[in-house]
Design a protein around this ligand. Structure first.
Ligand SMILES: [Zn+2]
Length: 292
């Protein structure tokens, strides 16, 4: 090798070191941040959630914060003493039972949250979510006054084509509940038909048009679909993913952020015979751990 070639190699090596050293220094300085970012990137496929960007005071740098959440989400239907001729007696929770549960929540320091806060629970320590399906007028008459009395939040799932119909919520009642700040109004489709029994077109219409109706009529953001009768399949989840951030199932117990995905969020059936002991045993599973 001639001296000329050796010098050229030396020169190239020096240039390479000069070029790479800022990247090396950046890596050393930010290795924790890079590690967390990479970690989160690989986790995305597995439906991990709760990764928040929290700006530090200078507004420049960001810390990546991950939450490990256990959230009991209770599912209610009718809040009514009298179940009439109805055979689904368990769907009819007494208003006094709901009041006992709300009182327990308040007295024991639990905090009601909306379902669509599920990825942002860092400000809570003992969250619980209350959800009401179908939402006939009995919700407005019997549950809403209790939510106001105890100042607690609930998410409700509206059958859009029923609004202003017999025994159903009126649009004025829906507006009043939205304005209270205690009720998050979300969709339970247009007609409550079983989505798995519909054609692709009809199913899409149920998901897309009900969202459009609620958003345009009430000027709200609708990001959660509650599948009627808890029935869904791969196609339905695909359409849900294109239109919503969250999908609610009807069973499955407590929601765990490291286990469940956001389009099959499990719930606990709060039925007529649920005792306060059973109710509180689910509440005790509520947890928010911050993992840095
Ligand atoms: Zn329903």
């Amino acid at each position: 090798m001639t001296i000329k070639v050796k010098n050229r190699i030396k020169f190239i090596l020096i240039i390479l070191i000069l070029l790479l050293s800022p990247a090396f220094l950046y890596f050393v300085k930010n290795k924790d941040l890079i590690a967390i970012k990479t970690f989160n990137f690989f986790k995305e496929d597995k439906n991990y959630i709760n990764i928040e960007n929290i700006s530090i005071a200078n507004g420049e740098e960001k810390i990546y914060k991950e939450l490990d959440v256990s959230l009991p989400i209770f599912m209610y239907h009718f809040i009514l003493d009298d179940y009439g001729e109805n055979l689904d007696v368990e769907n009819f929770l007494r208003p006094s039972t709901l009041e006992e549960q709300l009182k327990y929540i308040v007295d024991n320091g639990y905090q009601t949250v909306f379902v669509n806060e599920i990825e942002d629970l860092s400000n809570y320590t003992k969250p619980v979510a209350l959800t009401f399906d179908d939402c006939f007028v009995y919700f407005y008459n019997n549950a809403f006054p209790l939510l106001k009395k105890y100042n607690q939040k609930a998410s409700i799932y509206i059958i859009c084509n029923y609004v202003n119909g017999p025994n159903y919520l009126t649009s004025d009642q829906i507006k009043e509940m939205i304005d209270s700040g205690l009720v998050s109004v979300q969709t339970h489709t247009l007609t409550h038909r079983e989505l798995t029994s519909l054609s692709l077109n009809e199913m899409q219409k149920e998901l897309v048009d009900s969202k459009k109706y609620l958003e345009s009529t009430y000027d709200i953001k609708v990001d959660t679909i509650c599948y009627p009768i808890g029935k869904y399949n791969k196609n339905i989840i695909e359409v849900a993913k294109n239109n919503y951030k969250y999908g609610l199932a009807m069973s499955g117990g407590v929601y765990y952020s490291n286990k469940h995905n956001l389009y099959e969020i499990p719930r606990i059936y709060a039925n007529r015979s649920m005792s306060i002991d059973e109710f509180s045993s689910y509440l005790r599973k509520s947890k928010v751990n911050i993992i840095y």
